[in-house]
Design a protein around this ligand. Structure first.
Ligand SMILES: Cc1cc2nc3c(=O)[nH]c(=O)nc-3n(C[C@H](O)[C@H](O)[C@H](O)COP(=O)(O)OP(=O)(O)OC[C@H]3O[C@@H](n4cnc5c(N)ncnc54)[C@H](O)[C@@H]3O)c2cc1C
Length: 483
């Protein structure tokens, strides 16, 4: 899919009056809903007010996880479901984009969960994981082989278990590509500003598409998946760390793209989702909690190169948000609007199917969880055959573009600087930027830097790079908004 249908053509087709389903919100949930529905033969539109994946789905902890932290909450069903989904995503749906990552679970003297509780939790986790779940206990050197900076003083026991990590924004993008390939009309930077529904007979969705003006689309059904609306290079980490904090919370240390990601907080937030930001207090609390398992020298403020905040839609609970259920919620309003909230990246396929099952059965006959591999995942023969690529660039292209990496290489071949690194310290190359604009619906510098490449996440977005990507956006005749 080198050239998706153009934005202008998409808009022309969106306003044709025969849509079966309009999906509002192109995060992981909306993208998968659109894919599953299009696969069933429905005429589907997927619209996002910002970029695909620009909400919580690109601000996650980048884990496709079996739900270890939900065990103390007694949510066995969610753990079992998450474990199954992790395996299917890793092995079949998005291999290479979802990759195994072991985790260490240390128990320190004085920590809220002692060695016996941690061991019991691990054994139960393994029992729920079905095929392939591994747990083990580590001592001495293997601990530092896996996590070089782990504190050993006061360490009473260290368990290890299997999880997986992903590049969340690219998982969303791969799912949007799958939806488009199955016939869904997909449009980003198209905000829903009005919704008029007639009782169970669908209705009209009014969209502000920025410079492309306002449009109204009509659909028989509408699903609202609009959601709620770190770090330093660490070489040698082969595992993540999860340290229980009590109250259902864990402090995480996750090696991701050559950096160390720390988090998360559970700060309640009820303002406009667009306004959510990382506060000084958040940074202090993340660094403070990480000091429970990491050496102090690793946790200096000046080593933090990027921070991100996302919101999780949770049911209202008394007390701490950490104790709220992490399963998803689906509601159907009296006029037939299906709304989806909460859940996890890991379980997004289940969420999508549950949402679609709330439509009249005649519309979703034959719906079943699909395990087909997403486009832009898996492995690339073209990359493997190229001996002229630097190893980190080759790995990076295969990781981000999977079986579509050859398309990026073909584009690079037609550019003078296609394989030149965008920043000397990172593996992203200029052909990725052109590819993002031409074939991955990118429209702004932010779309490219945060969600198509790893530039922003690595803290490598200099003014010069912003200007050059902006110039490429203009030369691709697209709107460039430097945000
Ligand atoms: C800090 C944090 C860490 C997390 N870590 C993990 C993790 O490691 N693993 C995991 O499995 N889960 C994790 N989660 C949960 C997971 O990230 C979310 O459940 C998931 O991303 C939600 O996806 P979504 O599609 O429902 O919402 P979103 O990704 O927020 O998507 C909603 C979309 O709707 C669009 N939108 C909003 N309003 C409009 C409008 N008016 N018109 C059109 N579009 C609109 C937005 O632009 C957005 O793109 C984490 C959550 C948080 C908050």
């Amino acid at each position: 899919m080198l050239t998706p249908i153009s934005r202008a053509d998409t808009i022309d087709r969106l306003v044709e009056p025969n849509l079966d389903l309009a999906v509002i919100g192109g995060g992981i949930a909306g993208a998968r809903i659109a894919f599953e529905a299009a696969r069933l033969g429905l005429r589907v539109a997927l619209v996002d007010g910002g970029d695909f994946g620009s909400g919580t789905s690109s601000a996650s902890s980048k884990l496709v996880h079996g739900g270890f932290r939900y065990l103390p909450m007694g949510d066995i069903g969610l753990v079992r479901e998450s474990q199954h989904e992790r395996r299917v995503l890793m092995e079949r749906v998005a291999p290479n984009l979802v990759r195994p990552l072991p985790f260490l679970l240390p128990a320190y003297a004085g920590s809220p969960r002692g060695p016996a509780a941690v061991a019991a939790g691990l054994l139960m986790y393994r029992a729920l994981s079905g095929r392939g779940g591994r747990v083990a206990w580590l001592r001495g050197r293997p601990i530092h082989d896996a996590v070089p900076g782990l504190r050993l003083d006061g360490l009473r026991m260290c368990g290890t278990f299997d999880e997986a990590e992903t590049i969340d924004s690219r998982l969303v993008l791969a799912t949007v590509k799958a939806a488009a390939k199955s016939g869904a009309l997909v449009l980003n930077h198209a905000k829903v500003v009005g919704l008029e529904l007639r009782h169970n007979r669908g209705g009209a969705v009014t969209i502000d598409a920025g410079r492309d003006g306002a449009l109204e689309l009509r659909a028989r059904h509408v699903i609202n998946a609009a959601g709620p609306w770190v770090d330093h290079v660490e070489e040698g980490w082969r595992a993540g760390v999860a340290m229980p904090l009590g109250g259902g919370r864990v402090a995480l240390g996750i090696p991701w793209q050559g950096m160390l990601m720390l988090g998360t907080t559970d700060t309640p937030y009820s303002g406009d989702p667009a306004g959510v930001q990382v506060t000084e207090a958040d940074v202090s609390s993340v660094l403070d909690e990480a000091s429970g398992f990491l050496e102090a020298g690793m946790l200096r403020r000046d080593r933090v190169r990027f921070q991100t905040a996302g919101l999780r839609a949770l049911p209202v609970v008394e007390g701490d948000t950490a104790a709220a259920r992490r399963g998803h919620m689906i509601e159907v309003s009296r006029n037939g609007l299906v709304s989806v909230a909460g859940g996890k990246l890991t379980t997004h396929r289940v969420i999508a199917c549950d949402a679609l099952r709330r439509l009249p059965r005649s519309s979703v006959d034959g719906l079943a969880l699909d395990e087909r591999r997403l486009p832009g995942t898996g492995w690339s023969l073209e990359v493997e055959e190229r001996t002229d690529l630097e190893p980190d660039v080759a790995d990076h292209l295969e990781r981000l573009y999977g079986d579509q990496a050859g398309q990026v290489l073909a584009l690079a071949g037609a550019m003078a600087d296609g394989l030149e690194r965008i920043h000397p310290s990172g593996p992203d190359v200029w052909a990725q930027v052109a590819y993002a604009f031409r074939s991955e619906w990118a429209r702004t510098v932010d779309d490219v830097a945060r969600r198509r490449t790893t530039l922003a996440g690595r803290g490598l977005l200099t003014e010069e790079i912003v200007a050059r990507i902006g110039a490429m956006a203009r030369s691709e005749s697209l709107v460039s908004a430097v945000t």
